[in-house]
Ligand binder design. Structure first.
Ligand SMILES: Nc1nc2c(ncn2[C@@H]2O[C@H](COP(=O)(O)OP(=O)(O)OP(=O)(O)O)[C@@H](O)[C@H]2O)c(=O)[nH]1
Ligand SMILES: [Mg+2]
Length: 238
């Protein structure tokens, strides 16, 4: 079973996305389910209930919280996460699955592999994304080509060991921290190139606070890689 997990927060196009995913999955002839973990205050939840997706009201906080709730509620052995604003085209789902079946535990849809690209971003957005990837590579030491992409496939068995419920990052930086944990556990991480389309409707949830917390997470990952370093050294009371 393949579980497609959509974190949604005020996404007016999610109904269209679900129809497109369903069409692709029916052509693939593989059992699937679509789950939407919703934290909206507009009519997104109502649209989700009209769709074939399983709509779940988010009880945790942030994007990371939504993805973990998706993992915890999914029945599949392959878990695919996608943004719900039509930036991630469902046509890549079969390629993600093919790549995972070649032996990868995690497959990312990367905009930074040859053949991948981003359509419609302004200069500022490109700088933010390049900066995030720079920080991830040179501060956190993550080797993946596109750390901020939310288009990913995870094998459930492989990520069971990552203790995700204990993750500190509940927001966007979740995307970085899960990769750091996967690299530490020596999971096989692969990538396929994707073309990413800027959202046409709805608002971005990426705020300055999220960008700052991404940087802090990268520094925390770097520090925990320095073996003897402890944030709060325990005092020996003997
Ligand atoms: N459930 C839930 N979903 C969220 C939350 N924050 C973001 N999302 C969803 O996560 C996905 C990614 O968020 P976006 O705002 O598209 O982030 P982005 O793609 O970096 O920003 P844009 O390029 O402007 O679209 C979207 O489907 C959002 O609706 C949250 O706190 N809870
Ligand atoms: Mg988006």
């Amino acid at each position: 079973m393949i579980s497609i997990i959509l974190p949604t927060k005020n996404e007016p196009l999610v109904y269209d996305l679900i129809e497109e995913i369903a069409k692709i999955m029916k052509e693939l002839k593989r059992p699937y389910e679509i789950l939407a973990i919703d934290d909206s205050d507009d009519n997104t939840f109502m649209n989700l209930e009209l769709s074939e997706a399983r709509a779940i009201k988010q009880t945790s906080n942030g994007l990371g919280g939504a993805i973990i709730e998706g993992f915890n509620n999914a029945n599949g052995n392959l878990l695919i996460t996608m943004d719900a604003d039509l930036s991630h085209r469902p046509e890549y789902i079969p390629e993600l699955i093919d790549k995972s079946e070649k032996g990868f535990d995690i497959v990312i849809g990367s905009r930074r592999e040859p053949g991948g690209k981003i359509i419609g971003w302004n200069f500022t957005r490109k700088i933010i994304s390049a900066g995030a990837n720079f920080v991830a590579r040179y501060i956190a030491g993550i080797k993946v080509s596109d750390v901020t992409t939310g288009y990913r496939l995870y094998k459930k068995d492989a990520i069971n060991d990552l203790c995700l419920n204990e993750l500190k990052s509940k927001n966007y930086s979740f995307q970085l921290e899960i990769l750091a944990r996967a690299e530490r556990k020596k999971l096989e991480i692969g990538a396929i190139p994707i073309v990413f389309y800027n959202r046409k409707r709805g608002k971005s949830k990426l705020s300055k606070k999220e960008i700052f917390s991404f940087l802090i997470t990268a520094i925390r990952i770097r520090l925990t890689k320095i073996k003897s370093f402890k944030f709060f050294p325990t005092i020996d009371k003997r």
